[in-house]
Design a protein around this ligand. Structure first.
Ligand SMILES: [Zn+2]
Length: 666
């Protein structure tokens, strides 16, 4: 129901990392026929790549997804125990168990038919004018991805205050490119599959002319796509920050009942909101006027059915998988129902589940060890800034000031969120998801205009990931990424620094990437750089863009160097400071015939062990700010003096790059 098919403001700066490695066995999965000097990624992972098939229900498979499966399996074990020994009826654990059981009850879902969604479909039917359409969209915030979506987060220039903002949305394909790149045959296939899916949704819901309905909806989406900003524009915080009062918005974007929209979304009292993409909002207001109301109602009906499909009868689920699974990601089987249920549970009751997870799988010892690693990495970053030849002492001092103000969060929140404000009902899977979404939206809307709570987390503890938030100037490492084999209490230092060390370094570096560097140590969007230093930064990052644009992930499809720039900076800088921190330790003995420095880079490369299906690769190339795995492994290492020294690269080696050509940023 609330699956986000579009980029979302909540993930504006989310620095997903996501990685795992095997523990200590440096030759396992390697390819002895490939030299590290020619291809670090394939030398370390070629054996595994050759011997591994992507499971039918996966669109990508590797160390990271295996760790995600482990996290899910651990939650399933907890949920099975709750089913065997039901907890007290009023407890969080009971709500969690009831939600999970209802999601699995496909018999009840079958029996309900369209019943659970009928009230919302009836609401759409009853809309008779433009003001009501605006009002309904406001009420659907949190439940449905509307063409102009709302969000609440820290104000870019006053980061201690939460501010409402708009964000572009409303497309059923992953990005505007899928509509607009008409000559791209892969995207044309995806468009055709989308038309088939919309037709099927229209047919299943009783529309008399399903093909005609699908064509109408596609035509609307094509017009929305023309108004969307592209992914690179959406990475520029200065362009995205456009505060407006309601009166200014009404004046600037006539044609849409903004007051009704905001009021029904629970944002009637906000004095101002930020319009992330002003031209989109102006164009959308016009589109709401130009497209007939009857067509908009068809559009919203099919979008509602699409986003609810996993909780509707089997015919809907089959159609949903054929498009969202098979056509867009290449998977040939659905994820097991229990794993879909765990994902939905994490979205609906994430911290209630997290509480159960950390009680069993996260210790104070983990936290202490991680804290020490973070301190070592921050110290290495400090000394790295002090040695930067391209940056003036003046800007260096401000960079040090920013670094000194970092907050670190490890494992799980100090204060758990209260998720108990809505009823979880047995046998009502769709209703539970809808109530959770409404509750979460109301919680969010109520924050607009109020002080930012710095103790909140943007990820649950059971998430295998990490992030940097520039407004709070914080790095956050959920419990689930801090576990073997990724963060291995028993492994040698080289492998921990090459893996989790590089993750920590990566997140620290996000504060100084193309986006993060535009915020100061207090989280304020402002320019604290001298012009000359900013020019020097832009010059070296432009070269990094060119490096990644020379890589081709699918035939004829080079990487988008600007889209992936922030993550590529974080990979490169994170690897630099993790290596610097590793070198502060005692020299290590040989293991499996490799020096500590060699093992550091092998561990880094093993983090990126992954296979991916072409359909999913296309989607990520278009929408994901991260480069594909193999390019992350080699793209950072090729610029690293430590890599070239560890493996004694020479001219003629495929990964050789002369010292003068290697890029170093932080
Ligand atoms: Zn990142």
């Amino acid at each position: 129901m609330i699956e986000a098919h579009q980029s979302h403001p909540s993930r504006l700066f989310c620095a997903c990392f996501g990685a795992a490695r095997g523990g200590g066995l440096y030759l396992s999965g390697a390819d002895p026929a490939v030299r590290f000097q020619d291809d670090l990624f394939r030398a370390a992972n070629g054996g595994w790549l050759a011997g591994t098939e992507i499971p039918p229900d996966k669109s990508r498979f590797g160390a990271f997804s295996q760790l995600g499966d482990l996290s899910d399996q651990r939650l399933r074990d907890i949920l099975d125990e709750l089913a065997a020994h039901p907890p007290a009826a009023s407890s969080d654990a009971h709500r969690v168990a009831t939600f999970f059981t209802a999601y699995l009850d496909t018999e009840a879902i079958e029996q309900a038919g369209l019943g659970a969604i009928t009230p919302l479909l009836a609401e759409i039917d009853a809309i008779s004018n433009a003001a009501q359409l605006a009002q309904w969209q406001g009420r659907m915030q949190g439940l449905l991805d509307t063409p102009v979506a709302l969000w609440v987060m820290a104000d870019f220039k006053q980061p201690d205050i939460n501010r409402a903002l708009t964000w572009q949305g409303g497309l059923g394909l992953p990005d505007r490119d899928y509509f607009l790149l008409e000559d791209d045959t892969r995207m044309a296939e995806a468009r055709a599959a989308y038309a088939t899916y919309l037709t099927e949704l229209a047919r299943l819901s009783g529309e008399a002319e399903p093909e005609q309905v699908a064509a109408t909806v596609l035509a609307i989406e094509h017009r929305i796509a023309l108004l969307h900003w592209d992914k690179v524009e959406n990475r520029q915080p200065v362009k995205l920050y456009n505060p407006r009062t309601l009166a200014e918005l009404i004046n600037e974007a006539p044609g849409f009942d903004w007051a009704a929209f905001l009021q029904s979304a629970g944002l009637a009292v906000v004095d101002q909101l930020s319009i992330s993409q002003p031209s989109t909002v102006i164009g959308m207001a016009r589109l709401f006027e130009q497209v007939p109301l009857a067509d908009w109602k068809l559009y919203f009906k099919l979008h509602l059915l699409d986003q609810s499909a996993p909780l509707l009868p089997q015919t809907f689920r089959t159609a949903h998988f054929a498009f969202r699974g098979r056509a867009l990601t290449g998977a040939t089987a659905e994820l097991p129902r229990w794993q879909q249920a765990v994902a939905a549970l994490n979205r609906a009751l994430g911290e209630s589940v997290g509480k159960l997870y950390v009680a069993r799988h996260f210790t104070a010892e983990h936290k202490a060890r991680m804290q020490l690693l973070v301190e070592n990495l921050l110290a290495a970053f400090r000394s790295s800034i002090a040695g930067l030849a391209w940056m003036s002492p003046q800007t260096q001092a401000l960079a040090q000031d920013k670094l000194s103000k970092y907050t670190t969060k490890i494992g799980y929140p100090d204060h758990w969120r209260d998720d108990s404000g809505w009823p979880v009902l047995a046998g009502d899977a769709l209703g539970n998801v809808q109530r959770a979404a409404r509750f979460e939206w109301q919680r969010l809307a109520a924050k607009a205009g109020r002080p930012v709570d710095r103790s909140e987390w943007g990820m649950t503890p059971q998430t295998v990931n990490a992030y940097y938030n520039p407004s709070l100037n914080e790095i956050v490492f959920p419990a689930a990424i801090l576990q073997p084999p990724f963060f291995d209490m028993a492994a040698d230092d080289a492998s921990n620094y090459g893996a989790i060390g590089a993750v920590i370094g990566h997140e620290i570096s996000h504060g100084f990437d193309d986006q993060g560097s535009q915020f100061d140590g207090d989280g304020v969007l402002c320019n604290w750089w001298t012009d000359a230093d900013r020019q020097a930064f832009d010059a070296v990052t432009t070269r990094l863009v060119a490096q990644y644009e020379s890589y081709e992930a699918l035939p004829g499809k080079p990487l988008n160097g600007r889209l992936t720039l922030g993550e590529n900076i974080a990979d490169l800088s994170g690897l630099q400071i993790a290596f610097r921190a590793y070198q502060q330790l005692q020299p290590a003995a040989l293991i499996d015939g490799y020096t500590g420095e060699q093992r550091f880079f092998i561990a880094w490369s093993r983090v990126w062990r992954e296979k991916i299906r072409a359909e999913h690769a296309l989607k990520l190339l278009t929408t994901d700010p991260h480069a594909p795995a193999a390019f992350r492994a080699n793209g950072a290492a090729v610029n690293h003096d430590g890599f070239h020294a560890a493996f004694d690269t020479q001219p003629g080696d495929k990964m050789f790059k002369s010292a003068a050509d290697r890029l170093r940023i932080w």
